[in-house]
Write a protein of this length. Structure first.
Length: 297
């Protein structure tokens, strides 16, 4: 794997010393948020993880390697222009030497290859509204890759009911971190229950450990957003109507960009806040998991 995977010295050292590590994606930098919100989100996520005593491992495709841990100059390269890389795209992106921003699915794959179990993002992909045949690769990756994904639910532009049903079919646990309802990205409430509630980092770590011990793949840890976007559902419905003809990988960034326009930029501020909050929670749970593992060894 050394020809493909390149783990930073900091992440390698942290893994060797038993320091918790949290992976971060770069699709939010390359496609998910416009400048300057994209770099702000990436930098503040890394800072939040460090504040909790863990080490961030931001994942990207650069110079023919799947990089686990990048520096600020690398983030700026990605922000300047990068292709969107899901798990299916890793092969060609690596072989062609692309500057690649990794999605949830690709980041999970990279994290697992490097032995990292914890990953924070804004929201997972899922089943698109009005197009149930359009399903994110994130869901399949969650079914087979043993990484905990800390998120504010699925992106609000998606069909949350069908997304949760698909996760159930794929046997992916959906844990509500201090909540009984699946968050709706810009709202703490969707009206749909999680499969189980967990309260606090220690209990979450115990549930994750037991899940993986019994053969689970990925686990969704749904964290309510720290603030809400008033009228978010109406804004999303309007954006979906206006962009009904858009298909493929462009759907999510186009819809999120339109919601940002309709909310006069408020959704962008909230997006940064919630992804940083997810990173902080992930770091706390990763630390609790590390303590649990050390106690059992």
């Amino acid at each position: 794997m050394s020809d493909v995977l390149l783990v930073s010295d900091e992440v390698t050292d942290a893994r060797a010393r038993g320091i918790p590590v949290v992976a971060l994606e770069t699709s939010i930098v390359g496609q998910g948020l416009p400048h300057p919100y994209n770099l702000r989100a990436a930098r503040e996520c890394e800072a939040a993880i460090r504040e909790e005593g863990a080490v961030p491992a931001t994942v990207a495709v650069l110079d023919g390697r799947l990089r686990i841990g990048v520096n600020d100059a690398d983030l700026q390269r990605i922000a300047a222009g990068a292709v969107k890389v899901s798990s299916r795209d890793l092969g060609w992106a690596l072989a062609r030497g692309e500057v690649g921003a990794t999605t949830v699915a690709a980041t999970m794959r990279g994290a697992a290859m490097a032995g990292i179990r914890f990953f924070a993002t804004g929201g997972i992909g899922g089943v698109h509204r009005g197009h149930p045949e359009d399903e994110s690769a994130d869901l399949v990756e969650l079914s087979r890759t043993p990484v905990a994904v800390f998120c504010a639910g699925a992106k609000i532009i998606l069909d949350l009911r069908l997304t949760l049903e698909r996760l159930e079919t794929l046997a992916v646990p959906v844990l509500g971190f201090g909540c009984d309802e699946f968050p709706a990205f810009y709202s703490a409430h969707s009206g749909y229950p999680v499969s189980s509630r967990v309260d606090g980092p220690q209990q979450t770590a115990r549930v994750l450990a037991a899940s993986w011990e019994t053969g689970a793949g990925g686990v969704v840890v749904a964290v309510p957003p720290p603030d809400v976007l008033e009228g978010a559902e109406q804004l999303v419905e309007r954006a979906v109507r206006e962009l009904a003809d858009v298909t493929g990988p462009e759907v999510t960034p186009r819809l999120l960009a339109r919601v940002a326009e309709l909310s006069n930029g408020r959704s962008l501020e909230l997006n940064v806040e919630l992804v940083v909050n997810n990173a902080r929670v992930a770091a706390r749970v990763a630390a609790a998991f590390s303590t649990l593992q050390n106690a059992g060894s």
